[in-house]
Design a protein around this ligand. Structure first.
Ligand code: HEC
Length: 214
């Protein structure tokens, strides 16, 4: 029994020495960049797959992110119904109206801030077309409270969306809501509409009534 006990002790002792020795020797040779033993290596080394494509792995076909269904509209994105044509411009002038009428005061304030960031360098602080950049353009922007005094809100929105002449489109920088904020501020700079616009409206209304009767 005593002998047996001795043998067990010896086995343990040599195992311990072996362990210490191996750890010493492996320390010297160890690759410093090695991450060590990897448990579940596929967690670290997942296959790299292209988006919008399908792959066959181990006989299974996997589809990655799918293309959106035709006609899908991104969240928060509103399609704009008027084409970038002369007809689209005229039609926007007649039919497109600011949907945020009830929030005019707050929107106008935000519009002023946006105007200072996106428009003032061309149109000038008062909208006279005398901004630092505007003055250098081949044709400086017309004054809001001059030539553009009676420009309807739909046309203002349309121009901010698509641009006009040397003015570029601002659709990628400004959401529709921000563009309507700017419309309020441009209208403030336009000042009160001239009487002529009211009589034009009356004439248009009469024409519409006449047209409806036919
Ligand atoms: C690069 C200079 C430039 C910038 C920036 C610019 N505009 Fe213009 N804008 C012009 C010019 C030039 C015109 C005249 C275009 C024409 O009639 O050919 C114009 C025209 C307009 C008109 C009249 C459009 C019409 O239907 O006749 C409005 C309204 C207007 N700009 C608003 C804005 C607003 C709001 C911003 C800021 C978001 C802005 N613009 C930024 C140069 C600029």
């Amino acid at each position: 029994m005593k002998k047996h006990y001795k043998t067990i002790k010896f086995v343990f002792a040599s195992a311990l020495v072996g362990l210490v020795l191996t750890s010493f020797t492996s320390c010297g040779k160890r690759d410093q960049n090695s991450p060590g033993v990897e448990f579940m290596p596929d967690m670290y080394r997942s296959p790299s797959l292209e988006n919008y494509s399908s792959h066959t792995i181990d006989g299974d076909t996997l589809n990655n992110a799918k293309q959106p269904v035709a006609g899908t509209v991104a969240r928060g994105y509103l399609p704009y119904a008027y084409a970038n044509t002369a007809e689209g411009y005229e039609s926007a002038g007649l039919n497109l109206h600011n949907p945020y009428g009830s929030q005019q005061a707050a929107f106008e304030k935000d519009g002023e801030v946006l105007y200072g960031k996106f428009c003032v360098h061309c149109h000038g602080a008062t909208g006279a077309g005398d901004g630092k950049v505007g003055g250098k353009l081949p044709g400086p922007p017309p004054a809001y409270n001059g030539t553009l005094k009676n420009l309807p809100e739909g046309k203002i929105f349309h121009t901010i969306t698509y641009g006009k002449g040397t003015m570029g489109s601002h659709a990628s920088q400004l959401t529709q809501e921000e563009r309507w904020k700017l419309v309020f501020y441009v209208q403030k700079l336009q000042g009160p509409k001239e009487a002529a616009s009211d009589s034009t409206k009356t004439v248009a209304a009469v024409t519409l009534t006449v047209a409806a009767k036919h």
